[in-house]
Design a binder for this molecule. Structure first.
Ligand code: TXA
Ligand code: MG
Length: 336
């Protein structure tokens, strides 16, 4: 199969619509990361997304809808506080997990009684979602466990020959996936941290819980929590902030390898002065979110060993950035 990359125009959107309507899979841009889209009402199309990605069949998908989509078509009930969240943050990088009314394919939620819904703010995504006017499931458009894609090229690198079309909407502004927030209970619960922070949600709803990482000694609720995620195809090693000396010693032990560091700009300045090769994450939380996956993919081409150092800031948007960085380096032992 030939994989075309097309910028977003009336023609390419019409082509994407035709592919989705005929049960096919199309990669689409969003403001967070690129997604692998399929019609959420179509059993076979949804199953194809799992197959193309190599995704474990116990990890549910998000249904993406346009800003004026009537959620009652797929959602059984929306609590008042969820309406407030939607008004405050949608369209945008927030996914809300509702009780499902059973309308989407049963494969979307892997047997759960809920459905995750997101309204992406990316203009190209909105244009396509309006054109089709049905919910589109879209997991991140990476081969399962690989680094999530923030450009059309990243998608091409993972799926050339496997999907017919990639809609190119430029580089993703957000850079990490949406915040996933369960709104089926009395209070919102963040299941995956992202660009909309727990604090922002609590400000609207009065409170907000966070359940996105395993606590020390806790057993995984879903097997997905144990998988390696977001991982570059090179060896990785993660150090805590303040452990630069330890990290440098580790680099010296690995001198026969092509070693690169990944860290925030402050720390990069010092390492570069000492002659080390460094991939810079940036200086602010938003910048680090935007660059993280880009740099992890860049590392694959140039490094045998990527030594990452955790950024100092651990709150707000950085909760999501750190969660991805730790999983990418598969270092559950550093959760603290
Ligand atoms: O930003 C994003 O959300 C991107 C872009 C493409 O929109 N999509 C994305 O999809 O990250 P994916 O499939 O890579 O991640 C979906 C996350 C998973 O952690 C999954 O477990 C969770 O959402 N999820 C989906 N449906 C759920 C449900 N019914 N209950 C709980 N978690 C759910
Ligand atoms: Mg993903």
């Amino acid at each position: 199969m030939q994989t075309e990359i097309q910028t977003i125009t009336d023609d390419s959107v019409a082509l994407a619509k035709a592919v989705l309507e005929s049960g096919g899979v199309v990669a689409i841009p969003t403001e967070t990361v690129y997604g692998l889209g399929a019609n959420a009402f179509d059993d076979k199309a949804v199953q194809m997304v799992f197959a193309v990605k190599g995704r474990p069949n116990d990890n549910p998908l998000i249904a993406h809808v346009h800003a004026d989509y009537d959620l009652r078509a797929i959602v059984a009930y929306e609590p008042e506080y969820a309406k407030k969240l939607r008004r405050a943050f949608c369209p945008g990088p927030l996914t809300l997990v509702y009780p499902s009314n059973g309308a989407v394919s049963r494969h979307v939620s892997c047997g759960l009684s809920t459905v995750a819904v997101r309204m992406p703010s990316h203009a190209g995504a909105q244009k396509l979602l309006r054109a089709v006017d049905f919910p589109v499931v879209a997991p991140s458009a990476n081969v399962s466990r690989h680094v999530s894609p923030t450009s059309a090229k990243h998608v091409y690198d993972d799926f050339a020959g496997k999907i017919p079309l990639i809609l190119d909407g430029g580089e993703c502004e957000g850079g990490i996936e949406s915040t996933v927030c369960d709104v089926t209970g009395d209070v919102p619960v963040v299941l995956r941290a992202g660009l909309i922070t727990r604090e922002q949600i609590a400000e609207i709803c009065g409170s907000c819980l966070l359940r996105d990482e395993l606590q020390k000694g806790e057993k995984a609720k879903s097997p997905g929590m144990l998988y390696k995620h977001y991982s570059p195809r090179c060896q990785t090693k993660l150090f805590l902030d303040g452990e630069e000396e330890k990290a440098k010693a580790y680099a010296k032990e690995s001198a026969q390898k092509r070693v690169w560091f990944l860290c925030e700009n402050d720390v990069a300045d010092g390492l570069e002065k000492d002659g080390y090769s460094v991939l810079r994450l940036g200086a602010t939380d938003k910048e680090m979110a935007k660059t993280l996956y880009q740099k992890l993919r860049e590392a694959e081409g140039i490094a045998d060993l990527l030594i990452a150092i955790e950024p100092k800031e651990k709150t707000g948007v950085m909760v999501g950035v750190l969660n991805r960085l730790r999983k990418a380096c598969n270092s559950q032992d550093v959760i603290h």
